[in-house]
Structure formats: C-alpha cells, structure tokens
Write a protein that binds this ligand. Structure first.
Ligand code: COS
Length: 385
C-alpha cells in the first residue's frame, strides 16, 4: 500500500529500518536473554537525530509530529519491541513538557532530550493507580519555594536509566482527579531513588523499575502547568502517545508476519513448501490484511493529531486498541504457522509473541481503550440531541 510518504518521511523510514537491521537485529536475542538495556543502540539513534524527531526546531529538534514518530517506532518494533519501547517511552515522558511545559522548562529540558543526551520517563502508575489513573497516592506538598514529594511509582519504563522524570502526584487528594499535578523530577535529586529492576515476560531490553520519593524536594518551578492540571496533562499525554503504541503493534506484527511467511516458503511437508497449502495461505492472508488495516488506522490517526485536532481521545484509543489486538493475534498466528520452530528461541517469533502482550496492557489496557471510546460515543450522541 502506498501511503504517499514525503521524501523526508521515506528517509526517516529507511534510516530507522537500516539501524534496526544493522544494529538491533544481531543483538536482539541477547538483549532479551540478558535483560540488557540497549545504551549502544540509543546512542546510535541519538547520533542520527531520532530523539529530536518530534521536538520543535527552536528547542533543537526536527519539528516533526506523531506521524514521523510512528514511522520510526514501527520500524524499530519490526525488529525488537524491547528497544522500541525504550525509545517510545522517551516520547511519552517528553509529551507533558512539550504539551504543557512553560517556556523556561522547554528551554531547559528539550534540547538535551532532542540530542539524546538525557532520556525521559513518564511516571503515573502506582500500586493502586493503573487503570484508575486518578487513584494516585503519591503526594506533593508545597513548602516555601519547594514541593515535597512522597510515594512510590510502579512499573516505570526507563526507570533508573532516564535522567528526567515527568511525575503525576496529588497536591490535593480531596479533589480527586482535579487534585493531581504534574512535575519534573531530575535523577540525583535527594530523596529520589529506584527500586529493583523488574523481571518481565517480554520487552526485556527495556528497563522497568519503581521510583521511590521520600521527602524529595524539588523547586516550585518544576510544576508542569499549574496545580490541579495533572490529570489533564496525563490524559492529553496518553492521547498523543497511544498512536505510538499502535505503531509498535503494526511493527511487531509486520516482523512476525515476515518471519512466518519466509519460513513457510522454506519448510517442506508432504513434498512441498508449506506455503503452497491453502490452510497456511489463509492464515498469512488474514495476518497481512489485519496488519494493513492497523497501519492505515494508525497512520490516519497520527496525521489527524498532527493536523492540530483538539480532541483525539477516541481516535488514538481506537488506533491503540485495534493495532495492538492485531499484534497479539498476528504474533500468535506466526508461531502457529512456524509450528515447532516458532516455539523455539532459535527463531524470533516466540519473543515477538511474548513482547506483543504488553501492548494490550500498557498506556491503558485495551479494556480502558474501549471505555474511552465508549465515553466519547456517549458524548457525541448527547451533542446530536
Ligand atoms: N483529555 C482531557 N481531559 C480529560 C481526558 C482527556 N483525554 N480524559 C478525561 N478528562 C477529564 C474529564 O473531562 C474530567 O473533567 P471534569 O472533572 O472537568 O469533568 C476529568 O478529566 C476526569 O475524567 P473522568 O471522570 O473520565 O476520569 P476517570 O477517573 O473516570 O478516568 C479513564 C477515566 C479510565 C479514561 C482514565 O482513568 C484512564 O485513561 N485510565 C488509564 C490510564 C492509563 O493509561 N494507565 C496506564 C499507565 S500510564 S503508561
């Protein structure tokens, strides 16, 4: 399918593909096995300016949008979802500053983010706040010129590796979602430490840790927007980044499809390649059709967001929901097409299947995406009355 990419977008796609195939493919199994954080690959991506892709030019970036980010994320995910998660989570952590940061905050943090000098992490989730994003227990109390943070964040991607953290904490618990605020916390701040690195089913190249705040004092100026805006900052951030998760789904599904298709050409049974059997062709046909539908939706929504559309909650939830359900189905089917070989660690698809599962869980489970879509449908219906 021709998505009429510009020359620049084709260049972004081709360069990411080349980096993925030259630098990531040879080490992806080892990164997975050893749970190793891909610093070398992050440096290569930084050298090629990929961290600045979606950062405005005035802050040292390339000034591109969600669409270009989706293209890059898709290509990385085609080869390794663990590496692409590290890269995509950096964008997730940056969006609060990009969307709601003050001019001073943008000037202070975005150039180092764009150059890849400093990695970012987004910290919302806690033991009692996952799907219930307003259930955050971490508190931020203003005392003089400082906020004092107390609480523990859980399952934070890039935790421990990132230098900059965008953190949601309650400034007034009695106000529910309207009592949440967003903050920038730098690694090395007194009272800010990390828990153990999680041992995960998939995306094992990415680092996931607890963030622990114990009377952690940060300057008052580190609040993003103003008190009470934290829930909106978090929701708008997720609205912008969920197409990236959709792009991850498209990429990992494409990688699994290619591996299964190529294997089916080589594998002989009953005296012929298994791809000549209709049973296999039908599975591959469904895989290819679902991937193309997912890609078309993700690209359309990314372009819609870049057009400056105001409320994109429904569309970005749809892109994330559809593309990541496709990713799970396609990676399971890829293992099935490859049979015993698919189940072995000598081939990449068992890793892709393990990796794909997280896409239906993080940045809002796919049940939450359906809730978001459902709420939007109700609002639309009310407006039409
Ligand atoms: N953009 C702007 N405002 C939004 C918004 C959005 N996308 N979503 C909600 N809001 C506003 C609502 O309009 C409401 O405002 P008012 O108080 O003025 O009415 C307020 O925020 C609270 O919204 P709501 O009542 O819908 O909040 P809920 O606690 O019911 O939460 C969901 C709704 C489920 C959508 C939210 O909790 C969610 O997205 N959860 C998943 C979070 C997630 O992705 N977690 C994964 C960890 S982060 S990687």
């Amino acid at each position: 399918m021709d998505y009429f990419l510009t020359e620049e977008q084709i260049m972004i796609r081709d360069l990411t593909r080349q980096i993925a195939e030259d630098k990531i493919l040879p080490v992806r199994a080892e990164l997975d096995e050893k749970e190793e954080f891909p610093w070398d690959i992050m440096k290569t991506l930084a050298q090629s300016d990929f961290f600045g892709l979606f950062v405005p030019e005035e802050y040292g970036g390339m000034g591109k949008g969600c669409f270009e980010l989706a293209i890059a994320v898709e290509e990385l995910s085609r080869v390794c979802l663990g590496v692409s998660t590290t890269y995509a989570a950096n964008a997730l952590g940056t969006y609060p500053i990009l969307l709601y940061g003050s001019e001073e905050q943008k000037k202070k943090y975005l150039p180092d983010i764009a150059s890849g000098k400093k990695l970012v992490a987004f910290a919302l989730t806690e033991a009692s706040a996952g799907s219930d994003a307003a259930g955050v227990q971490t508190t931020a109390k203003l005392e003089g010129n400082e906020y004092i943070l107390n609480g523990t964040k859980q399952w934070i991607t890039n935790g421990g590796e990132a230098e900059i953290y965008t953190v949601i904490a309650m400034t007034d618990k009695s106000k529910g979602p309207r009592g949440a605020s967003a903050f920038i916390v730098e690694k090395g701040t007194l009272g800010f430490s990390f828990g153990k690195k999680e041992n995960k089913m998939g995306i094992r190249a990415s680092a996931t840790r607890e963030l622990i705040f114990e009377n952690c004092r940060i300057p008052k100026e580190n609040i993003i927007s103003r008190e009470g805006m934290g829930f909106i900052v978090a929701m708008r951030t997720l609205d912008s980044s969920r197409t990236g998760v959709g792009a991850q789904g498209v990429g990992v599904a494409q990688g699994a499809f290619e591996a299964a298709r190529d294997y089916a050409k080589e594998r002989h049974q009953f005296g012929q390649p298994v791809i000549s059997f209709q049973a296999i062709q039908h599975i591959l046909a469904d895989m290819a059709t679902q991937i193309e539908a997912a890609r078309a939706l993700v690209y359309s929504v990314a372009r819609y967001i870049d057009s400056g559309a105001k409320d994109v909650s429904k569309e970005s939830a749809m892109a994330k929901l559809f593309a990541t359900d496709v990713a799970m189905k396609v990676t399971v089917d890829a293992v099935q097409v490859m049979g015993g070989a698919g189940y072995m660690r000598d081939y990449p698809v068992e890793k892709m299947m393990r990796d794909a599962k997280i896409l239906q869980i993080y940045e809002g489970t796919n049940q939450i995406q359906r809730n978001v879509i459902g709420q939007a449908l109700i609002k639309e219906a009310a407006k039409k009355k």
